[in-house]
Design a protein around this ligand. Structure first.
Ligand SMILES: [Zn+2]
Length: 485
């Protein structure tokens, strides 16, 4: 971010938190832990929170101009702390990151690799920051995301251009009109040093949660898996539909709105997020199907919350799904092709992608957990055995997936635009399900102006949902007819 923008962001945040000026803040307690190896500084800053009464007064509207114009203003009181600005400055050797918040917060920061990312774990915040896609970056910071990660927890994930450590982490308490500032330096280190420092940590002796708090690098498959488990969100997302009926009275359809929370998915021009489109369409599909009263329908998420890919598959098992439909929207990085390439595509699982484009789409969708700041877990020998077993089971399941894909495409044809070659297959993690027919729909291209317009409007979303719901109804009607033969 350029300095002028940074200044306007500070101005806005100061305006938003002006009501705090009259209150003296409780004494704060700060604890910074520096690892002996110096590779990663994890910050645990604990400060007493003010009472709700202290923050329950209306705020003045933010000033306009520059970045501050994009900061949303919420005049009502909120129980959650608010992040009002993020500033990134520096060069490719040292980059300073500062996050303005209106109240003291506790933060844990750590670095992950494959790819290199700096993670800030914080209590659940309201993010009043510029829309996705408007992020200004500098130095070692390639991109960043922020949002809900788990119940009561938010996260900022900063994509780095090189291996790095975190240094000089501080939290300056709010003071008068000035917001509180969580800040730290991201300092570049050589890849060899990063690897060597990883080798000096003792992850297996430390409980995963403590690793997170002390900022140690996770190392080795076991430690990475343990760390992943420790920071994975709870299985049942907040507000998820109630427990499925036992025993099942009707076939169960699980609709999977892609992305959510800290992971926005693809971001279209104007700031439309894939995660919002997929949720809107999924809910519409559910409404249409429930009106038919022949199916039980659940969603893998109800709100703007993060659900990992593994959890989506687990939910399919938990709900004893008879059909799993994952909903996404695609985009093209190549701007010269964006105008010409559009339409929906339906994928089924295949270890070998139907073509290069399908392989790239699967890689992108499979990176959702990485985008949310989960540690990369290498495929273990156990996974390989499991995938061989899966192959055997899936031969039959694959037939049903293929047949549903055909139904879906014929239902969509004529109702919504289809891609040139809409029947594809690739190794999507979320489709790796033992006995459940599963497809992944890319509703269209958010890089294409016409598709984007359809995806962003309730009418367009309804058209897509209608086509999807009709094919699901036909799939189960056919199944019932076969069973009654
Ligand atoms: Zn997606």
């Amino acid at each position: 971010m350029v300095l002028a923008e940074a200044e306007s962001a500070v101005t806005a945040s100061a305006t938003c938190s002006c009501r705090l000026a009259r209150h003296s803040w409780p004494a704060c307690r700060r604890a910074f832990k520096l690892l002996s190896c110096g590779a990663v500084l994890a910050v645990t800053t604990t400060l007493a929170l003010p009472s709700l009464a202290q923050v329950a007064q209306p705020a003045r509207p933010p000033s306009s101009g520059g970045w501050s114009a994009q900061i949303k203003h919420h005049p009502t009181a909120s129980a959650k702390p608010r992040a009002t600005a993020i500033r990134i400055s520096g060069d490719a050797t040292r980059t300073r990151v500062s996050l303005d918040v209106n109240r003291p917060i506790t933060a844990n920061t750590f670095i992950l690799d494959a790819p290199y990312r700096a993670i800030i774990d914080i209590p659940e915040l309201e993010f009043h920051l510029p829309a996705y896609g408007a992020n200004s970056v500098a130095g070692l910071v390639k991109d960043f995301r922020y949002g809900q990660f788990d119940t009561g927890r938010s996260r900022v994930v900063i994509d780095l251009t090189a291996p790095a450590t975190i240094q000089n982490a501080t939290f300056t308490a709010p003071n008068g009109n000035q917001p509180g500032i969580l800040s730290f330096d991201i300092v570049r280190v050589a890849a060899a040093d990063f690897r060597a420092l990883r080798g000096t940590s003792e992850p297996t002796a430390t409980p995963p949660q403590q690793q997170l708090r002390t900022g140690r690098h996770e190392e080795g498959p076991a430690a990475q898996a343990a760390a992943q488990a420790s920071i994975s969100p709870s299985l049942t997302p907040p507000g998820t539909a109630s427990t499925p009926p036992q025993p099942k009275q009707r076939p169960v359809v699980l609709i999977d709105p892609g992305h959510g929370g800290i992971d926005p998915g693809t971001v279209g021009a104007g700031g439309l997020n894939e995660k919002s489109v997929t949720l809107a369409v999924a809910k519409e599909v559910r409404t249409l199907l429930l009106a038919g009263r022949r199916l039980d329908v659940f969603l893998t998420r109800e709100f703007d919350n993060f659900v990992s890919l593994d959890q989506r598959v687990q939910l399919s098992r938990q709900y004893q799904a008879d059909l799993f439909v994952s909903i996404h929207a695609d985009s093209l990085a190549e701007k010269d092709l964006a105008g010409a390439i559009r339409g929906a595509t339906v994928y089924i699982l295949s270890e070998r992608a139907s073509d290069d484009k399908a392989r790239r789409v699967a890689e992108k969708e499979n990176a959702a957990d990485i985008a949310a700041g989960l540690a990369a877990v290498p495929a273990s020998a156990e996974d390989q055995v499991r995938s061989i077993l899966l192959d055997l089971v899936q031969r039959e399941t694959a037939n049903y997936s293929t047949s549903f894909r055909n139904l879906l495409l014929s239902s969509m044809r004529g109702r919504v635009p289809l891609a040139k070659d809409p029947q594809r297959s690739a190794a999507f993690k979320v489709l790796k399900q033992d006995e459940v027919p599963a497809v992944l729909i890319e509703l269209g291209y958010m890089s294409n102006p016409e598709d984007l317009a359809r995806l962003g409007k309730p009418d367009g979303q309804r058209q897509l949902a209608t086509a999807i719901a009709a094919s699901i109804t036909t799939f189960f009607a056919n199944r019932e007819a076969r069973a009654n033969r």
